[in-house]
Design a binder for this molecule. Structure first.
Ligand code: CTP
Length: 393
C-alpha cells in the first residue's frame, strides 16, 4: 500500500500557511488490511480510518458516484484498484487535489500548483456537482484566501450557478450548512463568503435573509478586477453590512459576533427565522437576538436618560452575565464604524462598561440586611441603580 498526504495540508504548506491537521489517502489497501494494521474505522459508510497513534484521518482511495439527490445519495466505491489519480479527480478544487508522497514529491494531475500560482479556485471535474456543499466550501475558501488574491474561476462560478439554479442546495442538512457558514464567517474576508454566494445565486436559496446585505457590491462582472471588490479598504464597500463585517474583523470579532452583527441589519424576526432554519447553537441564537434587538440602545446610549440606560443593562442581563459586555460592545462598535468611519471613538461602549462596574457593587444582599423585602426590595434596588447611573460622569 502507498500513503500520500493530501488535501488542505498540502495546499496550505504550498501557500506557506500554517497546517493544523493532515489528511492521508491510502492506495492499494483493503479495509481488512487497515483494520489488521490497527487503524480504527470512522462511521460505517465511509472508508475512512483513524491512525492508531496520531489519530489523523486515513481514507482509502475511492471514487464517488451519485446514486440519488443530495449528500445522502452517495455511493462510495473504495477498492485496492482505485488509483491515486481517480481519488484526486473526485475532489472539489484543483488546489485541494494535490498529493504528496513520503519523499515530498508532489502528484498533481489536475494543475493544482498552477492554480495556486494563478490564485484560482477551480473545480477538478464535473464530479464537483456530486456534493452541493462544495458551493459553500468554495465561498468559504474565497473568504479565507481573498487577501492572497484568490478568485473563483469563471467556469467554476458557472457550475455553481447551475447547482444553485437546480434544487440541489435544498438537500443539504442544516447542520452542514451551519458548519460551513460558521467557519466562513470567521475567515479573514467574510464579506467574500456572502458575495461569492450571491454571485452564483446560492445566497437567495440558502440565506435569503442576507440577500440584500450585498446590495451595491454585487459586481455583475466579477472577473473584471474592480476596486469595490478589493476588500482591502473598508470604505471600498458600498453596502453597510459588508463594511460592518470589515470593521468587525479589524476589531477582532469572532464568528458569533460577526453573525450577530449581520443580524443588526436584518432585524430580530429575520434573525430568529434564520437561526431556527439553520438549527444554530443556542449561544449564537441568544447573542444574535440580543444584538439585533438592542444595538440601537447602545448607539444612542449617551442621549438616553438613566432609566433607559438601566433598561439596556437589564435587557442584556449584564448583572448576571458580565461576560456579554465585551462581545456586545465590539459588535455594535463594528456597526457604528461602518456608518461613521473607523477613527470615531466609541464612547457609548465605554459608558456601558462604566455602568456595569458601577452597578456590580450594588448587591441586593445589603438591601435585605437593611430590612427590604419583596416588591419594595426590587424598587429600592432599581432606585439606587438609577441614582448610581445618574452620578456617573
Ligand atoms: N473534499 C472534497 N469535497 C468535500 C469535502 C472535502 O473534495 N465536500 C476533499 C478536498 O480534497 C479537501 C479534503 O477532502 O481538501 C479534506 O477536506 P477537509 O478536511 O474538509 O477540508 P480541507 O481542504 O482540508 O480544508 P480546511 O483547511 O478547511 O480543513
Amino acid at each position: 500500500m502507498q500513503i500520500y498526504r493530501v488535501g488542505g495540508a498540502v495546499r496550505d504548506r504550498l501557500l506557506q500557511l500554517p497546517v493544523y491537521d493532515n489528511d492521508w489517502v491510502v492506495v492499494g489497501a483493503s479495509v481488512e488490511q487497515m483494520l489488521a494494521a490497527g487503524y480504527q474505522p470512522v462511521g460505517k459508510d465511509f472508508p475512512v480510518f483513524l491512525h492508531p497513534k496520531t489519530h489523523e484521518e486515513y481514507a482509502l482511495a475511492r471514487t464517488e458516484r451519485k446514486s440519488g439527490q443530495g449528500y445522502q445519495g452517495f455511493e462510495f466505491f473504495a477498492s485496492p484498484q482505485v488509483s491515486l489519480e481517480e481519488d484526486l479527480q473526485r475532489r472539489d478544487l484543483t488546489i485541494n487535489a494535490i498529493a504528496e508522497d513520503d519523499a515530498g514529491r508532489l502528484i498533481d494531475p489536475y494543475g493544482g500548483q498552477q492554480d495556486l500560482q494563478a490564485r484560482l479556485l477551480r473545480h477538478v471535474s464535473p464530479a464537483f456537482r456530486e456534493d452541493p456543499l462544495r458551493v459553500l466550501r468554495v465561498a468559504r475558501f474565497a473568504a479565507r484566501l481573498h487577501h492572497l488574491g484568490f478568485r473563483v474561476a469563471p467556469q467554476t462560478r458557472a457550475l455553481m450557478q447551475q447547482i444553485s439554479a437546480s434544487d440541489e442546495l435544498s438537500t443539504l442538512s442544516a447542520e452542514r450548512v451551519w458548519k460551513e457558514l460558521e467557519r466562513a464567517l470567521g475567515e479573514a474576508d467574510p464579506q467574500q463568503f456572502l458575495l461569492t454566494l450571491r454571485r452564483c445565486g446560492a445566497l437567495q436559496r440558502l440565506l435569503p435573509e442576507w440577500q440584500r446585505l450585498c446590495d451595491g457590491d454585487d459586481d455583475p462582472d466579477p472577473d473584471r478586477a474592480s476596486e469595490s471588490d478589493s476588500g482591502l479598504d473598508p470604505d471600498a464597500y458600498a453596502s453597510p453590512a459588508l463594511r460592518g463585517l470589515r470593521a468587525a474583523v479589524a476589531l477582532g470579532c469572532d464568528s458569533r459576533e460577526r453573525i450577530a452583527l449581520l443580524g443588526c441589519y436584518i432585524g430580530p424576526d429575520a434573525v430568529q427565522q434564520l437561526f431556527e432554519r439553520l438549527k444554530a447553537p443556542r449561544e449564537y441564537r441568544d447573542f444574535g437576538l440580543l444584538c439585533s434587538r438592542h444595538y440601537r440602545s447602545l448607539l444612542d446610549l449617551e442621549q438616553r436618560d438613566a432609566e433607559s440606560q438601566l433598561q439596556l443593562f437589564q435587557a442584556l442581563d449584564l448583572g448576571r452575565r458580565p461576560q456579554r459586555l465585551a462581545p456586545f460592545i465590539r459588535t455594535v462598535q463594528a456597526y457604528q464604524q461602518a456608518q461613521c468611519g473607523a477613527a470615531e471613538p466609541f464612547g457609548q461602549g465605554e459608558r456601558l462598561a462604566r455602568i456595569v462596574s458601577a452597578l456590580a457593587t450594588l448587591q441586593p444582599k445589603a438591601l435585605v440586611e437593611a430590612g427590604f423585602t419583596g416588591k419594595a426590595l426590587g424598587q429600592e434596588l432599581q432606585r439606587r441603580q438609577i441614582e448610581r447611573i445618574r452620578t456617573l460622569p
